[in-house]
Design a protein around this ligand. Sequence first.
Ligand SMILES: NC(=O)c1ccc[n+]([C@@H]2O[C@H](COP(=O)([O-])OP(=O)(O)OC[C@H]3O[C@@H](n4cnc5c(N)ncnc54)[C@H](O)[C@@H]3O)[C@@H](O)[C@H]2O)c1
Ligand SMILES: N[C@@H](CCO)C(=O)O
Ligand code: NA
Length: 460
Amino acid sequence: MPAAPDPGLAPVPPVVPPRRAPGTLRVALLGYGVVGSEVARALVEHADDLAARAGARLELVGVAVRDASRPREGVGTVVPADLLTEDAQGLVDRADLVVEVMGGIEPPRSLIRRAIASGASVVTANKALLAAHGPELFEAADAAGVDLSFEAAVAGAIPIVRPVRESLAGDHVRRVLGIVNGTTNYVLDQMATYGVELEDAVKEAQGLGYAEADPTADVEGFDAAAKAAILASLAFHTRVSIDQVAREGITGVTSADVTAAAQTGYVIKLLAIAEQTAEGVSARVHPALVPAEHPLAAVRGAFNAVFVEADGAGPLMFYGQGAGGRPTASAVLGDLVSAARDRLAGGKGAYESAYASLPVLPADAAVTRYQVRLVVADRPGVLAQVAGVLADHGVSIDTVRQAVDEVPAPFTPGDGSAGSAHLLLTTHAAREASLASTVEALRGIEPVHQITSVLRVEGV
Ligand SMILES: NC(=O)c1ccc[n+]([C@@H]2O[C@H](COP(=O)([O-])OP(=O)(O)OC[C@H]3O[C@@H](n4cnc5c(N)ncnc54)[C@H](O)[C@@H]3O)[C@@H](O)[C@H]2O)c1
Ligand SMILES: N[C@@H](CCO)C(=O)O
Ligand code: NA
């Protein structure tokens, strides 16, 4: 009788069927601007590495632009000129993977739907589109069994979508505080560091390729609001759209505010905030005072950072470049390689979960602390009168400072009239609605000459 085979050497049947021979996946690129040109460059220049990582060659089969005859850097040298086309639909129809870096709602929305319907996976950097029409696109991608990936849409190069969606899928996220717009962080930093005026700093940010085509989207907080909606949806497994995000941009921030913040131990940042409370989810974007010692205060220039607080993990901070062609292309290419791998493995990757269906709270339900600067008559009893107004509205004072010699202008920008004093009140946490009515009431009392600024305080 032959000896029984040694179980240690017995052939083990393959559990996973062998992968099909590496082939080629056709990549359509929609848009050849700041981001698209860098994606195209990498696809051409790093083709061998990308093929080895993806498991198939990622062949750039076309680049959709508005005007294919216009000369463009890299076209004819890095990227063959005959790849440029004005027929985006025709290009989508002959692709396995579609990269949308055009921006705007249409035609990207229709093109992405068309790609999904034809069985292609999609990578997009388009936060405006996802924040407005994400659910319909995710549902279509789920139904078609294809990926719709968007790491570049939130905080550019920083891996944040994947960590929140996948690495934290077993935890309970409570709060996300993000500096998610490079342009406004650059502007506020230039104002704080060099005393540059807001408009001049915006022009510089445009020149550096950080700003959206219409920089109002950055300065007025729309771009950050789109990212807040996406982050809130991911973090809380629910759906939040951009029109549910309370939004205030940085145009009301003066150089006096920036200087006063520095003098009182704060930095002004435009924050995207997503929070879950017992009542639901709140998402908002506004300038805020961040304590100088908070990690977000150290985020300079056009850099982005997202601070996440989760029950199990505790505080986490994700930091890096949130804008610019190459950084953003890095996130797009990471998604592209993942989508290619998923496709070769015969399925789709991680998908969005919105099972929680949480109510999204109105703007005036947000609870935070405030710093109010005001100019009042300098006479006995005024402080008590001001404190009384706050008490009447259920807003509790944490600290009061009166401007004295060691805190010179611009902490004291008042009306310059004799006999006025400059107060700085910091409150305990209060509802936005209570604070708004408090400020209204303060404006109505005689000893208050001027309310110089009202800023929310976050990260304390
Ligand atoms: N620039 C950044 O730092 C950055 C960072 C993250 C995300 N994004 C997002 O990436 C996307 C692209 O941004 P960008 O800065 O590269 O923009 P861009 O304006 O520099 O480039 C857009 C490109 O799309 C093309 N295009 C636009 N509409 C078209 C149409 N209807 N038909 C054919 N082509 C069209 C333009 O010709 C151009 O080539 C946007 O969604 C943006 O929000 C940009
Ligand atoms: N305009 C955006 C680009 C990145 O989404 C910014 O300034 O951050
Ligand atoms: Na990102």
